[in-house]
Design a protein. Structure first.
Length: 469
């Protein structure tokens, strides 16, 4: 009972902070990627009574958004497209991820540590998971695309690990339900990195346990491989056809652009790693951080990841769980994938976008998890290793706390910006292209989308009767 109380406090306190931030900051206004599925998209088809599955399956910016489209249609039907309702789901999705991670965290530390110690120490990981450094992934409807996949992907990985190691109809059923949900329905961009991440972990699993693998294991691995290949084929088939977000960019062009500017590409990804500790808001708000200092922090974080992976295998932590390794590898693949897709658009600084930390904080969580495991083993680490670990804790939590304080202090400015968008939407007929560009790119599409919402009294027009002049 004491351990349960401590665990509840370890999770509820950080959860409450994020919940309050979202509740007091999130907007109901359509914003960024929300716009593209309205005029000429699935939302218009639904409002005109012409919706087909093709509208729901249609790609947006080269990713499937089936689950998000269904959420938006439900929001339209029951809440007149109040996107704050969707944003308020996000803290609970993060909570689901935190609870799933705790399951393996507890398994990794038992029996060396008491349940009370495990529950209390999990507060350290909770502070990373429930972290407003990811504020772009918290406060508008489109943020759901960064947050919904994580608990499903973590659950999929856990059930996959059980199915491969133990078999059984229970895990078989869970895998064949969770994987399509995690990838085809709510995968969004993380679908692109899940398969290479799981493949990398599977390779490590083979290398560390190849002497003990049975024929049943290889049969189960074959079934999973075929099933994953089928899911990937379904997801990628005609992925570029009739995209909501029209773009002239091509994947190969993006890759070639990276090879033409390799140094800047490396800076992009190092800045992304650095921004998982010192967020972009702290970078702009403080005089303490230059871009080069963020790069240095990124280098340190990458080196700490390498150390964590070495310790993961050296300490034989892999015999208890592979989840932290998966979260680290997924972070590397995700940031690499975003570098390929976004480097050409925003340059070296674009990697610091706070929405990317919705994924990278889980890699950071895994790193700290491994370090805690090392510190709590019966075999004590050397003084040098202990010093490196404690120094890494000091750097990580100093950066996170500083960024969190700055994000909270910027909350009034965020609210004011969303109120400005609300005002522009209410006078959509006379709004200038520059004003409409505050929502997203392509101002004429934005105007048409807002007019469609006004016609059906949705979103900011739920209670509006006249257009402001």
């Amino acid at each position: 009972m004491k351990a349960k109380i401590i665990l509840s406090l370890s999770i509820i306190i950080p959860f409450t902070l994020v919940f309050v931030y979202v509740w007091t900051t999130a907007t109901d206004v359509v914003f960024r990627d929300d716009i593209y599925a309205i005029k000429g998209g699935g939302i218009e088809s639904y409002l005109r009574g012409e919706l087909t599955f093709a509208d729901l399956w249609r790609p947006s910016n080269s990713m499937r958004i089936l689950g998000g489209a269904l959420l938006y249609l439900a929001d339209i039907k029951f809440f007149s497209m109040n996107l704050k309702i969707i944003a308020m789901m996000i803290p609970f999705l993060i909570l689901a991820s935190a609870l799933l991670i705790y399951r393996d965290y507890r398994k990794s530390l038992i029996p060396e540590r008491t349940p009370e110690f495990i529950a209390a120490s999990y507060f350290i990981l909770s502070l990373i998971i429930f972290n407003v450094i990811q504020w772009e992934g918290l406060i508008y409807g489109g943020s759901i695309g960064f947050q919904f996949p994580m608990p499903l992907i973590i659950a999929s990985f856990i059930t996959l690990e059980f199915f491969l190691s133990k078999g059984g109809i229970k895990y078989f059923s869970a895998v064949f339900i969770l994987l399509p949900m995690a990838l085809l329905v709510f995968g969004w961009r993380l679908c692109f990195v899940f398969v290479p991440s799981i493949g990398s972990v599977f390779l490590c699993y083979l290398l560390t346990r190849h002497f003990s693998l049975t024929k049943d294991f290889w049969f189960r691995a074959f079934i999973i491989s075929v099933f994953l290949a089928l899911i990937v084929f379904i997801y990628l088939f005609r992925i570029d056809y009739n995209d909501y977000v029209m773009t002239s960019s091509h994947y190969m062009d993006d890759v070639l652009n990276i090879f033409s500017q390799p140094l800047d590409a490396v800076k992009f990804i190092l800045a992304a790693f650095g921004a998982s500790v010192v967020g972009i808001d702290a970078f702009f708000a403080c005089n303490y951080f230059s871009f080069n200092s963020i790069i240095i922090i990124g280098i340190i974080i990458v080196l700490l990841y390498v150390l964590a992976v070495i310790l993961f295998f050296q300490s034989r932590m892999h015999e208890r769980t592979y989840l932290p390794l998966f979260l680290i590898i997924q972070t590397f693949f995700f940031l690499g994938f975003m570098m390929v897709g976004r480097f050409k658009i925003g340059g070296v600084g674009y990697g610091m976008a706070s929405r990317y930390t919705c994924v990278s904080i889980y890699g950071l969580t895994a790193m700290v998890w491994i370090f805690i495991f090392i510190l709590t083993r019966p075999e004590r680490p050397t003084a040098l290793l202990k010093g490196i670990i404690y120094a890494s804790f000091a750097m990580i939590f100093s950066g996170i706390i500083l960024t969190s304080c700055i994000v909270w202090s910027m909350k009034p400015a965020q609210k004011a910006f969303f109120e400005q968008l609300h005002d522009i939407a209410l006078r959509v007929d006379t709004a200038t292209p520059e004003e409409l560009s505050s929502f997203a790119e392509r101002p004429e599409l934005i105007r048409d989308s807002l007019l469609l919402l006004r016609e059906h009294k949705l979103n900011v027009y739920r209670n509006a009767t006249v257009d402001r002049k």
